[in-house]
Design a protein around this ligand. Structure first.
Ligand code: ADP
Length: 179
């Protein structure tokens, strides 16, 4: 049985093995949830990010991919830095968002994590439409290969939490209808 929980709150407070950061490709911090995670984790997180070898000039993590580092002062063991698409800028944002979730989950599994917390990747300044983002996020997290993980979505606003809850309810009904 898959375990997916929705919490309205601050992801830096999550008690999990891995916290996912909605990072940018440079991985040197930024605004939004990225800034909050770096502030809570302290300077060790930035140092760990700098150790990730850039793939090309300044790009430590291309869009749709993810990188893992230790988590500094956070209670989590790891921070997984996932780079989602900028909705109106990147081509094929659906595939890129799905692969940001998938790559994060794969890193969590390969590092022996039991629990993982996600923010709403790309749903802030990157401008992803919330309903569409929820559909992609929930469908990737429900794949059978991740069913041993306890997956939390930490959603900052009541509006986003409600949209994710609706999506969870919709997919439950779809599964029931198919029985
Ligand atoms: P992106 O650049 O991928 O759009 P943002 O950080 O701008 O990333 O926003 C992603 C989501 O994270 C937004 O819904 C934003 O409200 C939310 N967010 C911001 N701070 C936090 C936090 N401390 N915990 C959880 N979610 C947060």
């Amino acid at each position: 049985m898959d375990t997916i929980k929705i919490i309205q709150g601050d992801i830096t407070k999550a008690s999990v093995d891995a916290i996912v950061n909605a990072a940018n490709s440079q991985m040197l911090g930024g605004g939004g949830v990225d800034g909050a995670i770096h502030r809570a984790a302290g300077p060790d997180l930035l140092e760990a990010c700098k150790k990730i070898k850039p793939k090309m000039e300044g790009i430590r993590c291309p869009v749709g991919e993810a990188r893992i580092t230790p988590a500094g002062n956070l209670t989590a063991k790891y921070v997984i830095h996932a780079v989602g698409p900028r909705y109106s800028f990147d081509k094929n944002p659906e595939n890129l968002l799905a692969s940001a979730y998938q790559n994060s989950l794969d890193l969590a599994v390969s590092h022996g994590c039991v629990s993982i917390a996600f923010p709403a990747i790309s749903c802030g300044v990157y401008g992803y439409p919330l309903q569409n983002a929820a559909k992609i996020a929930v469908s990737v997290c429900k794949r059978p290969e991740y069913k041993a993980l306890i997956i939390y979505f930490y959603l900052f606003s009541q509006e986003i939490a409600a949209i994710w809850m609706d999506e969870m309810d919709n997919t439950k009904n779809i599964q029931k209808d198919r029985l």
